[in-house]
Design a binder for this molecule. Structure first.
Ligand SMILES: Cc1cc2nc3c(=O)[nH]c(=O)nc-3n(C[C@H](O)[C@H](O)[C@H](O)COP(=O)(O)OP(=O)(O)OC[C@H]3O[C@@H](n4cnc5c(N)ncnc54)[C@H](O)[C@@H]3O)c2cc1C
Length: 193
């Protein structure tokens, strides 16, 4: 286990920035509680990257040092998937929330992993389109969490499951390798209203 008070935190802050890495009393309870009331061990650190490069650098470092990482979106999953185990680091996508592009001519949108589902819905509705995925947790769940859980939801019979709505992904693997399954971040299909 790395010493969180010294070298490892400093190295994470070199990869990201000081405010991106929370330790000790700065770690809010929401990073180790979920909506169902499940509680986990307080993580060693919470890291909040803004870019793919920062995610890659962080995971490369954790891979080298054999530090386990739990990724968190909106923490609405309810089955403890986003809760850290003892001695883990939390990678929160809360600062990667941009909806980068809405291309109505192609029926495609591009969103970062931490974009809230409801924000994506509202953004494409401004263009008289819909993003068909919808679930009760829409105001809190993230698109990365939707993809990870392959969420179904209220309109799954008509429009399909999350996997059916994805055209491509940019993925960072556990050793920090970036895979470009599309030219940019998550590309998602829209329907017309
Ligand atoms: C009121 C309510 C209604 C719901 N309705 C439905 C429903 O109709 N259908 C349904 O399928 N689910 C439903 N859910 C469950 C939940 O909302 C979904 O599973 C949702 O997709 C989780 O998204 P999240 O951002 O909260 O993910 P989290 O809970 O934060 O994470 C879920 C899992 O995904 C992983 N993960 C998160 N982000 C990433 C990422 N960027 N990269 C890799 N892994 C990641 C986490 O490590 C964890 O294992 C509901 C939940 C609530 C509270």
């Amino acid at each position: 286990m790395p010493d969180m008070s010294h070298g490892f935190v400093g190295r994470m802050r070199e990869v990201l920035d000081t405010s991106a890495v929370l330790i000790g009393a700065d770690i809010d309870e929401r990073y180790y509680h979920d909506l169902a009331g499940n509680v986990a061990a307080k993580p060693l650190a919470v890291v909040r990257p803004r870019t793919t490069e920062q995610v890659s650098g962080l995971l490369r470092l954790c891979h080298q040092e054999k530090v386990p990482v739990t990724t968190q979106g909106g923490m609405t999953g309810l089955v403890r998937g986003g809760l850290p185990n003892t001695n883990e680091i939390v990678l929160s996508t809360e600062r990667m929330s941009a909806i980068e592009e809405v291309d109505t001519s192609a029926g495609v949108a591009v969103a970062q992993a931490g974009a809230l589902l409801q924000r994506i819905q509202e953004r494409v509705e401004e263009e008289d389109h819909i993003f068909p995925l919808d679930l009760g947790a829409r105001g809190s769940c993230t698109f990365g969490g939707n993809i990870s859980t392959n969420a179904g939801g209220n309109r799954v019979i008509r429009y399909g499951i999350t996997r059916d709505l994805i055209l491509g992904l940019e993925v960072v693997t556990a050793n920090g390798t970036v895979l470009h399954g599309c030219e940019n971040t998550s590309r998602i299909t829209l329907g017309s209203t």
